[in-house]
Ligand binder design. Sequence first.
Ligand code: SF4
Ligand code: SF4
Length: 138
Amino acid sequence: MIMRKTQLNRVFNCQKCGDCCKGYGGIFVNDREIKDISNYLKIEQEEFIDRYCELSGKRYMLKTCGSTGYCIFWEGLCSIHPVKPGLCKTWPFLECVLVDSTNFITIKSACPGVSREISIDEFIACVRAYHCSRNVQS
Ligand code: SF4
Ligand code: SF4
């Protein structure tokens, strides 16, 4: 099933509240994302890692601004939107709801953009369709 824009809009409309960009850690960047974001910022990858990333275990994740709690790239909106990491692009259609449907409750409570009327089953169908659409496009 391919996801249609009308279907997406019925389930999710981003309110641009920034809540998903706030909170410590969790936004990991892989090699490809490091390269893409560095290119977007027109800096070397080493500089990008030094200025904007920190290690979590053996992986890099984006820094959080200590004073505000927001991601280092949050400036009222995402300042690297075209190249933001995969997790940010995917949110709130996270595949974890396919493993455990109760994750829907967490996602819905964390994101005011998710329709208040949508059922778990409808949301799961949308997550499936969303990822199916992405696979078709890539
Ligand atoms: S929490 Fe949801 S509504 Fe708010 S900015 Fe993030 S995606 Fe948009
Ligand atoms: S990269 Fe952009 S979308 Fe992702 S958490 Fe940071 S500000 Fe938010």
